[in-house]
Design a protein around this ligand. Sequence first.
Ligand SMILES: *[C@@H]1O[C@H](CO)[C@@H](O)[C@H](O)[C@H]1NC(C)=O
Length: 393
Amino acid sequence: MSFLRLFLFVLLLEGLLFEAKAQAIKQYNVNDFGAIPDGHTDNSKAFVNAFKGACQYHGHSRVVVPRGTYLVKLAEFNGPCRGPIDFFLTGNVKAAPGPREGGYWFRFGYIDRLTVSGKGTFDGQGQTAWSSNECSKNPNCKGLPISIRFDYVSNSVVSGINSLNSKYFHINVLGCTNLRFQNIRIIAPAESPNTDGIHIGQSKNVRIFDSFIGTGDDCVSIGPESTDIEVSGVHCGPGHGISIGSLGKYTGEKDVSGINVHDCVLDRTDNGLRIKTWASDIKSRLYNVTFRDIILKNTYNSIMIDQQYCPAGGCDTSKASSIQIQDVQYKGIRGTSISPDVEIFRCSRKYPCNNIVLKDIDISYNGKNGPARTRCSFLNGRSFGVQNPKACV
Ligand SMILES: *[C@@H]1O[C@H](CO)[C@@H](O)[C@H](O)[C@H]1NC(C)=O
C-alpha cells in the first residue's frame, strides 16, 4: 500500500470513528415525551421526563427541544447523571405569564459535563411580572423567579442560547466549578427591575466569553466566595455595568479573588466597573482583581468602588464596611462618561483600599457639569501612564 493510500485509509477510519462518536449521543426529544409546542400546553412534565431518561443513560445523551414554542411552567433538572448530558434548544421555551414568588423557572442542579446549547430562547415573560417587584422599596423582598439556575454544576458549557425578559435574574450560578458561557445573548429592557444578566456566587473557574448582555440591572455580578472568574468579550448595555458584589450582606461570606474582566464594551450603562460592599461588620477580603482594556460609551460612574452601598436607603451611615479590598488594577480603560464623577473610590474608613493601581485611564466627559472629576476617600495605590481625569493616587 502506498503512503497516500495508507494516509487516505487512516483519514477514512478517523472519519468513521468520528461519525460513530457523534451518533453515539443518545437523543431524547421532548416531543416523544408528550410535549406539544402550541404555546399553551404546560410541558413541564415532558421536559423533566425527557431529562430523567437522558440522565439515566450510560453514555452521552441529549435532550432535544425542536422548533416551536413550548410553554414550561417549571423545569428542574437534577443530576448526578450517568454520562455527559446536553440540553439542545432549537425552539423557544416560554414561562407562564404573571408573577410568582421567588425560586426559579429552569434549574440545572448537581450535573457534571452538561452542555446547554442551540440557538433557542428562554423567554421568561418578565413583562407580565415586573410591576409586582417591590425590591426597590423592601430590602427583604423575596423577588420573582430567576430564569435559569445552575447549582453545583461542573465542567460544563453554555453556548449559543438566548435569554429574554427574565422575571428576576436571567442566570444564577451557585456552587459551580469550571463552567463556561460563550456566545450567549441576554436581553431585557433597561427599566426592568433586578433582571441581572449573570450572577455568580460561591463558584470557581467560571468564564464568560463573547456575549451580549443588555438588561435592567448588572450585566454580570460576582458575589461572595467566587474565585478565578474571567469575563471577556462581553458587550454590556443597557444595564448597571459589571459588578463585584454586593459583599458584606450575609454573615459567613467568604473571600472573593482572582477576578479578570477584560476586552469588554460598556454601552450606556448606569455604573461601569463597580465594586460594592455594604457598611456592616461582616468581614472578608476582595483581592487580585484586574479590569483591563475596557471601552466605555456614555456610562455613568465609570469606575467605582462603593463601600457604603445602600440601594434602597435606610442604612446606618455611621457604620463602615469590614471588607478589605486590595490589589485591584485598572488598565487601559477608555471612552466617554455621561456623569462628571468619572472615578469614585468610596473606600472603607475601617479598612481602607490597598494597592489600587490605575494605568492608562482616558475617560472624557463632554457635558455641562464638567470638568470630569475623581472622588476618593481612604484610597491607597499608585497611578501611571495616561490619567484623564487626573488620578488621586
Ligand atoms: C490572580 O488571579 C488570576 C486569575 O484572574 C490567577 O491566575 C492568578 O494566579 C492570581 N494571582 C495570585 C497572586 O493569586
